[in-house]
Design a protein around this ligand. Structure first.
Ligand SMILES: Cc1cc2nc3c(=O)[nH]c(=O)nc-3n(C[C@H](O)[C@H](O)[C@H](O)COP(=O)(O)OP(=O)(O)OC[C@H]3O[C@@H](n4cnc5c(N)ncnc54)[C@H](O)[C@@H]3O)c2cc1C
Length: 421
């Protein structure tokens, strides 16, 4: 079957608005928001809330209708993972920090949709589908002593049998949009905690914590290297009580799963969709840097030839061609991972491949861009130095590059996480 590299027409139309936002608002405001970390990107929030809200409403209404046994009114693919990939790429070309601040349920939404009951979806996600005031969601897994090794989580959730409430204690760090969700809107944070430390990952459960829950405090807003428009906070839980029904999935810890990742895997399946999105985000930043380099080289009278053998190219021409080839390779992996999900295929391997490759490629491409452009590339005059800082995050969150390579190796070689770590 021939492979078409054209953007599907249906996606192209939707991208027009996305492109207008990226070029008209995000790119022009990127530098000021980078300089003034912790300032809310008001323009992008104002522009995107009605769109995000209506999209969430349509989705919730559809889920409610399906739960009531109604047939879908309109056939069609709706918003596909491929749509999301192109959107993330384009918006990150505009500014990744602002993209992350768009008011959505984000990773909280993905977790609630993946394992929540219909009642939980309605209760927790309806707030993202109505009203004039934007609402954010967040996901808090990382702790001071638990990053890549999620089984080291220390935050506990203990059931108080007298009140039928979960009591949360612990600290989460580097939570994207945690401040916006808890302090600046009526949002939710999906918090990972252990209900039984001796059971390892099988004892790890996720809980929905709502804004205004007593005992939940945002303690620190990070000062970051890149994506400085994005909100990244620490959250402390001190005897924070939440209703029993705020647990996502079953509360049961199956002892026979102790030490395995079985129970954990269900919610982690959200990575299958989010890793290709992060890879796409990396591609947007990389493309921004590559385009800028080519533009500056063209102004200096240096064109990039595509029909010459390597020995006839200058070092810079070879560098640019290498940047382009690396970006294309990573982009194809990203498209494959997203498209597999749209076709109902299991894509964990491909999602990790795309994420690992894209994180490395954006780091390489943006560093090269700074290098090729000389001192001005390193100056704040241009956005290239910012893209170099922003790009690196794609190699860190949603599983670092090393962890995703490890996942790929395990899947290809057939090892468990205990056998290869
Ligand atoms: C801006 C930002 C936003 C974030 N947002 C969120 C969020 O919303 N929610 C959330 O829960 N977390 C978030 N994180 C945390 C992020 O997911 C973690 O930083 C990441 O998982 C890595 O964990 P760590 O920083 O503890 O590094 P560590 O796990 O301590 O790793 C340090 C280094 O060792 C490497 N390493 C670790 N284990 C292995 C191994 N077995 N083999 C080879 N190499 C290994 C890692 O790849 C890394 O290079 C965010 C982080 C940042 C910087």
């Amino acid at each position: 079957m021939p492979i078409s590299f054209e953007i599907p027409e249906r996606i192209k139309q939707g991208l027009q608005m996305t492109e207008a936002l990226a070029t008209g608002i995000m790119r022009p405001e990127a530098r000021a928001l980078d300089e003034n970390e912790h300032q809310r990107p008001e323009s992008v929030i104002k522009m995107t809330w009605p769109v995000m809200r209506d999209q969430q409403k349509r989705q919730l209404d559809k889920m409610a209708a399906a739960a009531a046994g109604e047939k879908p009114k309109r056939k069609g693919p709706g918003i596909t993972n491929l749509n999301m990939i192109y959107t993330f790429e384009m918006l990150s070309w505009g500014d990744t920090g602002q993209l992350l601040c768009m008011p959505t349920a984000l990773l909280a939404g993905a977790a609630i949709e993946a394992v929540g009951t219909p009642e939980q979806k309605e209760r927790f996600l309806r707030r993202f589908a109505e009203g004039d005031d934007p609402v954010w969601g967040a996901m808090a897994m990382t702790e001071p002593g638990a990053g890549s090794d999620t089984s080291a989580i220390q935050t506990t959730a203990v059931l108080d049998g007298a009140t039928n409430e979960w009591v949360l204690n612990g600290e989460k760090i580097f939570c994207t949009n945690g401040g916006l969700a808890l302090n600046e809107s009526n949002g939710v944070v999906v918090v990972w905690a252990t209900v039984d430390r001796s059971a390892g990952r099988a004892g790890m459960k996720s809980f929905v914590v709502e804004a205004n829950t007593p005992g939940v405090t945002v303690t620190k807003a990070e000062i970051k290297h890149g994506i400085r428009a994005s909100d990244t906070v620490s959250i402390v839980f001190e005897d924070a009580r939440i209703p029993y029904d705020n647990i996502l999935g079953s509360a049961e810890v199956r002892q026979r799963d102790a030490g395995s990742t079985k129970g954990f895997k269900g919610a982690m399946a959200t990575f299958d969709a989010s890793r290709p999105q992060i890879a796409a985000s990396a591609m947007g930043v990389g493309r921004a840097a590559l385009e800028f380099v080519k533009e500056k080289l063209a102004e200096a009278g240096i064109e990039i030839p595509y029909n010459k053998p390597p020995h006839e190219l200058t070092a810079i021409q070879r560098d640019v061609l290498e940047m382009e080839a690396q970006l294309k390779g990573a982009w194809l992996l990203t498209l494959r991972a997203a498209s597999m999900l749209d076709h109902g295929q299991h894509n964990s391997l491909e999602a990790s491949m795309a994420k690992a490759k894209a994180g490395k490629v954006v780091t390489f491409v943006t560093h090269k861009a700074v290098e090729i452009l000389g001192p001005l590339g390193y100056s704040r005059e241009w956005l290239v130095e910012k893209w170099m800082r922003d790009g690196k995050i794609n190699d860190i969150y949603e599983g670092t590059g090393q962890i995703n390579v490890l996942i790929v190796a395990r899947r290809i070689l057939g090892y468990s996480s205990r056998e290869l770590r």
